[in-house]
Ligand binder design. Structure first.
Ligand SMILES: C[S@@+](CC[C@H](N)C(=O)[O-])C[C@H]1O[C@@H](n2cnc3c(N)ncnc32)[C@H](O)[C@@H]1O
Length: 244
């Protein structure tokens, strides 16, 4: 089975459980208090009255946050039919489409802003995705995404403590397996900073801002252990790029 099919099947199979986890502030701590705030911080000034695409929208958990900023229109796109079914039930007024991020059904220059949360690490070759996003974005439109941080993708847990890590080799684009939840194993691909930044530039983007994530202050009381880990290490990387 190719990895895209495996990822689709896995998200389809665990769609309900994944959605329940995302809705739970304790179990969904890493999204809610670490990744989502960085994604929102980079995107919030590009939402009002804008036409937005969420690439890898899953069950629509980030849509609630986008809606607060009064966009003109939101469109959702994801590989998993199982997650899209949940998103459609939650937001019947929003149009959702199924497919892979490297080939979308959207028109040229259709969106003001494309947002993508924790989706791109599932794709080995990101250049076709960058080129596709550039095609569907309007001129001066923004592409804002989060991804597993390149350094954290190559860490191996020290055996003695939970908050110290060993670094494995960095210069490659290999896959790695990780556990989202009990029984839900996923495959992702390591991308170096050089690959991400030069890939965006060569695909016609100008880099605007990056963020390495920190937990929000109010999250310490929710999960003090993960708060400490995420304060010491940048688990996710957020990038804002502009179509030139
Ligand atoms: C960790 S989830 C994040 C979902 C959503 N952004 C959220 O915050 O809840 C990753 C999502 O990426 C989607 N995905 C994985 N590979 C994809 C691809 N090639 N094209 C589009 N979506 C993909 C999965 O189906 C899943 O919904």
């Amino acid at each position: 089975m190719n990895s895209q099919r495996y990822i689709k099947n896995t998200y389809d199979k665990f769609a309900k459980d994944y959605h329940i986890k995302r809705e739970d502030k304790v179990k969904g701590f890493w999204n809610e208090f670490i990744e989502n705030p960085a994604l929102l911080d980079l995107s919030k000034q590009h939402l009002k009255n804008k036409s937005i695409l969420e690439l890898g929208c899953g069950s629509g958990m980030f849509i609630k946050k986008i809606l607060k900023y009064k966009p003109k229109m939101i469109t959702g796109y994801d590989l998993s039919e199982g997650l899209l079914k949940i998103a459609r039930e939650k937001y019947p007024e929003i149009k959702f489409y199924q497919g892979s991020a490297d080939k979308t059904p959207f028109g040229k220059n259709q969106f003001d802003t494309v947002i993508s949360g924790l989706t791109l690490h599932y794709i080995k070759n990101l250049i076709p995705v960058f080129i596709e996003v550039k095609r569907i974005l309007k001129k001066n439109g923004f592409f804002i995404f989060t991804i597993h941080h390149p350094m954290m993708e190559i860490t191996e847990k020290f055996q003695k403590t939970d908050t110290e890590y060993l670094l494995k080799s960095y210069n490659h684009n290999n896959d790695y397996k990780w556990k989202m939840m009990d029984g839900m194993e996923l495959i992702s691909y390591h991308h170096t900073f050089e690959y991400l930044i030069n890939g965006l530039i060569k695909s016609g983007f100008v880099l605007e801002e990056i963020k390495e994530t920190y937990p929000t202050k109010n999250s310490k009381k929710i999960n003090p252990i993960d708060f400490e880990k995420a304060s010491k290490y940048p688990f996710f990387l957020a990038i804002k790029a502009k179509k030139s």
